[in-house]
Structures are given as C-alpha cells and as structure tokens.
Design a protein around this ligand. Structure first.
Ligand code: ADP
Length: 645
C-alpha cells in the first residue's frame, strides 16, 4: 500500500472545527489528552500481556516521553503502549464510530458552538485537541506483537489526511505536533512541566523529558573543578509524581502515605480523622479516596467557601473542586474521585446533570455515613470529638437529604437534661431510657445549655423525670422541622402548643384545677389579657409549670423565641406572631393579685404586675425585654414597699 489521501468523515471535520474554535480558552489540555491516550495504550498492552507475553517484545520499561524540538518547532509524544495497525488508525482516527456522537454532532449543527464550549465536553475530544496548537500532526505507530508494518498518518486538520505504511522498529505510538507559530511556548521546559504537574501528575506511568543543564564539571571528590568551564548534561527526568495513591490497593498503601496525601490535597497540617478508600464497580466504576478531617476549617460556614472533591477520569486530572460529588452538608469531606466512565472533557454544566456523577455522589454519601455510624458504634469517644467539630454541618443533612434521613438521624447527638455538660445522648439511647409513661420525645431550642437549663418550660418534665433534649445550634430549628418523628415517637418542643405529659388521672385532676382557677381568677385573667393584648395572643393556665409563675409558649405552628432570634440575626423579616402567656394557678403571685383585684379592681398596681409577669416570662426564656428601665423601676418600688412592711 502506498501513501493515500483520504477525506475525514464529515462528523470528524465538524468535531475538529468545534475543538479548534471553541476550546481555545484552555489549550493546555491538548497535552493532557495525548498523555492520557498514551497511558491508556500502556494499560492495554499490559493487559494484553497477561494472556500473551509476546506483545511485550521485551520492552516493559513503561514510559511516556515528551520531546520538544525547538529547531524543528515540534513537540513529540512517544509511548510504548499497544500501538495501532493501519486499520485501527483508520477506524480510531478519522472516523467517529461511537454511538450517540454522530447524533450529537447533528444536534450541534444549528448551535453557535463557539458560544457554548461546554457542549463539546459531552464526549472526549481526545486526539483532535492536538489541532488547537498544531497546524500539522504526524502520527507513527505500530501495533504490539504485529508483524505487519507500522503506519504513518498525517493531517493538517483541514478535511483530509494521508496514510501510508512505514517500518517501525519499536512498538507504540509517536505523535509529532508541528506547533503553530503562536504556540511555540509549548516547547518551553517550564510550560511543559507545569502542564504535566497540573493535569497528569497522578498518571501511573512516568512522563519523562530530556532536560539539559549547564554545569561546572566535578572532580572525584564531588567538588566543582575551578576553571574547567561548563559542560552541558542531558538527563531524562520524570515530570510527574505518579502517585495515584487511590488507584493502588488498600493493602499496598501505608497509613503514612494516606496521611501525606491528605495533607497534600487539603493543605491541612494535621492527620485526618478518618480515611475512606474504596472502589465501586457495576453501573458506575470509580475509585475514591476521601478523608474526614479532624478539625473544622475556619470558613466552614462562609457562603463563599469552596467545596468539592478532586475529580479525575482514568487518573487524568479534570477539576479541583467538583461540587457535584458531595452534598453541601458533607462539605468538609476532602479527597479524590477517579471515574472510569466519564469523558475527559466533561464540563461544569455536564457535571451538574451527569447521572454517573449522581451515582458517585450517592455512593460516597453512603460510605461516609456508614463510616460515621461504625465509628459511633465502635469508637464512641472519638466519634464525639468528631461530632463536636462537624455535628453542626452534618445536621443540615437531616433537613436537606431526605433519602438519607434515617441514617443521619442515628448519627445525631444532643445534650439533654440527663446528660452531663459536654456529653451527649443519641435518639436511640433517649428512646431506650424513656420511662414507660413517656410517649413523646421532648426538646427545647435556644442559644445555650446554661440558658435553657433555667427555662420554666422544663419544670413539669423535670418533675416527671422526662428527659428533654437541648437543641442549641441554630440549625436545630430546621432539623426539627424535618425530623418530626423517631422510632414511632413524635418529637415535641416543650415550649410549643399544648403538651400532654400527664396520665389520664392527672389530666382529670389538672382539668378540674384549671376549671377552679378559671372561676377563681377569671376577672384577674381578663384584666391581664386586656393589659397585655398587644403583646400576647392569649392568657391561659398552664400544665407545664410547677415552680415559676408564668411562661410564654408558641402555638403549635407559631414561631418560637429561638426561631425569631435566628431569623432576626439573619436579617430576615420576622412576621408578627404573638405567643401565649401561661400562668401557674398554684403560684402565690396569682393569689396576691386576685386579692388585690377583689379589694380594688382598678388598683394601678395590677397593670404593673401584669407587665412584670410578661417581662419575667421573657427573661426566663432568655429573650430581651422591651423596657428594662421601667422593669427595674417597678422591681425597685416593690422592694422598697416590701422592706417598709
Ligand atoms: P478517546 O481517547 O476518547 O477514545 P481519541 O480521539 O483520543 O478518543 O482516540 C481515539 C482512539 O485512538 C482511542 O480510543 C485509541 O484506541 C486510539 N489511540 C489514540 N491514541 C493512541 C495511542 N497513543 N496509542 C494507541 N492507541 C491510541
């Protein structure tokens, strides 16, 4: 067969034009594509050698060599991979056989592709990326173990290519890029080095280049010889680290290597809390090496914080921060995912929609959550340390990740009326130690344990020995909106709506008491209601107070004090929502006020006392009072009166 010139398949030419005209914003990737092809070719010959060792031809010193030639203006990429025979070259380079691609090219026809560079990322542009920087590409190749002659292919990317047999001693492929004048920078040692480092560092074969250095010759003692002038020394240097640590099997990687890699990718100085290394097969093939850090970063709650994992496709670097791989509530997770299914040129827009990415995310989330569950089960103390750092973020998942709610709810830890300061209870433990009479799970939200411990809302629960969870992170308000039930038991806020903690008998008794109080204090209650009508929605008798005189409660769906505080701190407008003032019918204040009312129903002190009751209720729940000056004045007056008696 002599040299023949052929036309590219129409779709190939379209693809070529697209690549040349729309990917120009990141030309460097041409080298990534070619190195990746070379690495694949080595993978293939190694695989082939398992069943047929002769393909090795005694050459298994795997390498990908880059040869910049400034005189010729060429950059050559040489590999000792599987190579191609003529038929394969024709099939692989010059036609597009992959299903779907043709249809895709067709659909692109009408679009202005230069405005949509992401469109091209839907499939690998691979070899054709060379034409972004080269005005002529020559490819020499010979298939492994083939007695057939080698092949030489050449094209200027202008619609046609030539192909001819040529003899080639060594197996593998050599691609010579005749660089366009304006892209001669790709012959520069440092430019090549930086591209390899950035995109191909973890390619598992050495990417090498001859590097010439000028140096002063050294004597046998290793010292430079004075006056000897300089000599040029050329050495083959490996440009990539080859540490595709995630691609190695777990048993081959030491803990130190894992930790070093973590520090490298996370810029953390400390070792990670846990390392998760696994590979998935089946519908989605990928390897992942992810880490749970030991400490939260300072910017964990900053809106502009960058999150995401590094994404590789077959050991070729794609992006540093692939947000789509990990949900927001696991934004502290660091690591690398290496997919075998995605195309190399996968773009941002595609990542968002890609089903493979979604599958990987699902898988990763499952792994992270099961690692945490295991940690909680087996190393509770260390889980607690982790929880203290990241619990607050993890909780966001309860609200946002409905699919994993069950798993997440079992990872939650809370302080409670029965836990020591700084120690926790899980929902499972809570339920296990619930007294028989208790039917619901109780919680109270607020700013701190110290403040909540004082809350009058807890009185009846304390008296009954019912545990109440302290929910002190702002996110907890959202957690309880999503988590309304656990193990068939309702989660109930102690400062909201009506609560029924009593047995039937107790209920009857309290009801009776309430009716009596209603009768006894009805005029007084009307007076208080009237006085506080702008501040509260209702005044009623409480069944949650044992010691305090009063407290404020939200109705079943109203906003509680904590939520109101959070919304205000977020500069959100807070809708007007009046709460209910609950009074303790057994408290001495009521009796005193009732007596005063009977003696003189217009006594000015009654109004002041009503105001004081309301302010007290605010203070005990940790809310600010409107007029502290008036409050102190009234209290001082009372003190003076009491002392004078
Ligand atoms: P992709 O790599 O996405 O398949 P390319 O256009 O880069 O697309 O390459 C097309 C095909 O050409 C490859 O699938 C491979 O079979 C072959 N090929 C490319 N480069 C080489 C190489 N260096 N050695 C052997 N085969 C190669």
């Amino acid at each position: 067969m002599s040299k023949t010139t052929k036309q590219f398949q129409t779709e190939v030419q379209q693809l070529l034009d697209l690549v040349i005209h729309s990917l120009y914003s990141n030309r460097d990737i041409f080298l990534r594509e070619l190195i990746s092809n070379a690495s694949d070719a080595i993978d293939k010959v190694r695989f082939e050698a398992h069943s047929n060792e002769s393909v090795l031809e005694g050459n298994s010193d795997w390498k990908i060599k880059l040869i910049p030639n400034k005189d010729a203006g060429t950059l050559t990429i040489l590999d000792n991979g599987i190579g191609m025979n003529i038929a394969e070259v024709e099939e692989n380079i010059g036609t597009i056989a992959r299903s779907g691609t043709k249809a895709f090219m067709q659909s692109l026809k009408d679009k202005v592709s230069s405005d949509n560079p992401e469109l091209i990322g839907q499939f690998g542009v691979g070899f054709y990326a060379s034409f972004m920087v080269a005005d002529k590409v020559t490819l020499f190749t010979r298939a492994a173990g083939s007695i057939e002659a080698g092949c030489c292919w050449e094209s200027a990317g202008d619609g046609s290519y030539s192909i001819e047999p040529c003899s080639r001693e060594k197996r593998g492929t050599e691609i010579v890029l005749h660089l366009k004048e304006e892209f001669k920078e790709y012959l520069d040692e440092w430019k090549i080095r930086s591209i390899v480092k950035k995109y191909s560092d973890y390619i598992q074969y050495p990417v090498v280049m001859d590097v010439t250095r000028t140096e002063v010759p050294k004597g046998v003692d290793g010292k430079e010889i004075e006056g000897a002038g300089t000599i040029e020394k050329t050495e083959e240097e490996i440009l990539n680290s080859m540490k595709a640590i995630w691609a190695r099997s777990k048993s081959d990687v030491t803990e130190e290597e894992y930790n070093e890699f973590y520090k490298h990718i996370s810029h953390d100085f400390e070792n990670p809390f846990r390392t998760i290394h696994f590979s998935a097969e089946g519908t989605s093939e990928f390897k992942a090496l992810v880490y749970l850090p030991a400490h939260k970063p300072f910017d964990m709650f900053f809106a502009d914080r960058k999150k995401g994992l590094q994404l590789y496709v077959k050991r070729v670097f794609i992006t540093d921060k692939c947000e789509e791989l990990i949900p927001d509530y696991l934004r502290f997770v660091k690591g690398v995912v290496d997919s075998s299914d995605l195309p190399l040129n996968v773009s941002r827009e595609i990542l968002q929609e890609d089903v493979q990415i979604k599958r990987i995310q699902k898988n990763l989330v499952g792994k992270v959550l099961s690692t945490l569950a295991e940690e909680k089960e087996k190393n509770y103390d260390s889980y607690v340390t982790f929880w203290k750092e990241f619990g607050q973020v993890l909780k966001e998942g309860v609200h946002f990740d409905f699919a994993n709610k069950e798993k997440l709810q079992d990872l939650l830890l809370f302080e409670s009326t029965r836990s020591e300061n700084g120690s926790f209870v899980s929902l499972k433990e809570y339920v296990e130690r619930m007294p028989e009479a208790q039917k619901e799970i109780y919680f109270i939200t607020g700013t701190s344990r110290e403040a909540l411990e004082q809350s009058p809302h807890l009185e009846v629960f304390r008296s009954k020995g019912f545990e109440v969870l302290f929910l002190t992170d702002p996110v907890d308000e959202w957690v309880v909106q999503a988590l309304t039930e656990y193990d068939g038991k309702q989660l109930k806020a102690v400062d909201r709506g009506d609560i029924s903690v009593d047995s039937e008998e107790e209920k009857k008794e309290k009801e009776k008491k309430r009716e009596e109080a209603q009768k006894e204090f009805s005029d007084l209650v009307s007076l208080i209601t009237d006085r506080l009508k702008d501040k509260v929605k209702e005044v009623r008798f409480s069944n949650r107070l044992t010691d305090s005189a009063c407290c404020l409660v939200a109705d079943e769906h109203g906003m509680n004090a904590n939520m109101e505080r959070i919304m205000k701190s977020l500069n959100q407008s807070v809708p007007e929502s009046k709460r209910i003032l609950e009074l303790n019918p057994d408290h001495a204040i009521l009796k005193v006020m009732a007596e005063l009312h009977t003696a003189d129903k217009d006594a000015p002190a009654l109004g002041d006392y009503a105001d004081l009751l309301y302010d007290q209720a605010l203070l005990t729940e940790g809310s600010p009072i409107k007029d502290p000056l008036r409050f102190t004045k009234l209290v001082s007056e009372l003190m003076v009166k009491a002392a004078a008696k």
